[in-house]
Design a protein around this ligand. Structure first.
Ligand SMILES: [Zn+2]
Length: 96
């Protein structure tokens, strides 16, 4: 028995989008079309603590950005991209 080379071809090809360049979903995958995340207006966390969560367990499913560090939540929207844009608008509005 000779050792066989095990090739892991189950992983997707390398992404050109780095996680810090856009929002990620709750599995840590970058979401195409989302802008670079504004830091959390309450605790200052950057993209590493911000995820877009899909709440689909109620009668009105929605997407919202969650800060996993302080637990605050952005505006609820119909799509992940809108939720990301809504988060950035609020973060900018609270800073200025
Ligand atoms: Zn926060």
């Amino acid at each position: 028995m000779s050792p066989r080379l095990i090739v892991d071809n189950t992983r997707p090809p390398q992404q050109h989008i780095r996680p810090t360049d856009c929002f990620v979903d709750d599995d840590g995958r970058p979401i195409a079309g989302t802008p670079p995340p504004e830091p959390c207006p309450f605790c200052g966390s950057g993209s590493g603590s911000l995820t877009v969560v899909h709440y689909d367990d109620g009668p009105c499913p929605y997407y919202a950005v969650d800060c996993t560090r302080c637990g605050c939540e952005g505006p609820g929207c119909d799509s992940a991209v809108e939720a990301a844009q809504g988060w950035n608008r609020r973060a900018e509005g609270l800073r200025s």
